[in-house]
Write a protein that binds this ligand. Structure first.
Ligand SMILES: N[C@@H](CCC(=O)N[C@@H](CS)C(=O)NCC(=O)O)C(=O)O
Length: 217
């Protein structure tokens, strides 16, 4: 098989890439990485010095591709099929990449901060940082609710890179800081995402692991 995805079944950034792979039924070999295992960590670091997943390895093209957005761009160019993730026209592409950045920076990172803090020892927590992350997430929910007023997908009429970016942090975000009754358009958008077969499959496969997500303490 040409593609190997180095990943973890609970990792939200890996979900983002899994959605893209499942959208177009691209065959790949999943390689779950346990970062607490020194040999597996060293193997990942050899591929990508940042030591984070996802990392895609394309054996046929002799390429190692880290970073979720870059991986999806790569899949779009080299393993493209029915679902195109980045439109060909420059304005559409810019709008899609902008939304991708929005979801990574202003939804995904604050969500990670909130969950990541729960994994820290009690005396190493960062309540101020978590409060800032919650404020950012709150304001991002409001922004998304406005963006989604006319329905559709994150960057317009077509499912795209931006929706792959949106689904995982909205899933975990809603877990740690529920959307609330006031964000009707956001809730409707999330329902559309959950009904999308690619994301439904990702959620189903992650189900057995979800009990490992740390609860508030
Ligand atoms: N910007 C990266 C972020 C990747 C990332 O943060 N991955 C997390 C899992 S969701 C990770 O590898 N965490 C392990 C660690 O930090 O040690 C991307 O888009 O792929």
């Amino acid at each position: 098989m040409s593609l190997t995805l180095h990943y973890h079944p609970l990792s939200s950034f890996c979900w983002k890439v899994l959605i893209a792979l499942y959208e177009n039924d691209v065959p790949f070999a999943p390689n779950p990485v346990d970062l607490s295992n020194p040999a597996e960590r060293a193997a990942l670091l050899k591929l990508s010095p940042i030591g984070r997943f996802p990392v895609l390895q394309d054996h046929a093209r002799n390429q190692v591709v880290p970073e979720s957005s870059i991986i999806i761009d790569y899949l779009d160019r080299h393993y493209g099929a029915a679902t195109r993730f980045i439109p060909d026209d420059a304005d559409g592409a810019r709008q899609t990449r902008l939304r991708d950045r929005f979801y990574d920076l202003y939804v995904h990172l604050p969500m990670q901060k909130i969950i990541g803090d729960r994994l820290r020892p009690a005396d190493r927590r960062d309540p101020h940082g978590v409060e800032e992350a919650r404020a950012q997430l709150r304001s991002s929910y409001r922004i998304i609710d406005g963006q989604m007023a006319s329905g559709g997908w994150a960057a317009g009429k077509e499912f795209s890179l931006a929706d792959c970016s949106a689904a995982p942090p909205l899933f975990y975000g809603n877990m740690v800081m529920p959307f609330g009754d006031e964000h009707e358009n956001l809730r409707a958008y999330f329902e559309r995402l959950k009904a999308r077969p690619s994301f439904a499959r990702v959620m189903k496969e992650a189900e057995p692991y979800l009990k490992m997500v740390p609860k508030e303490s």
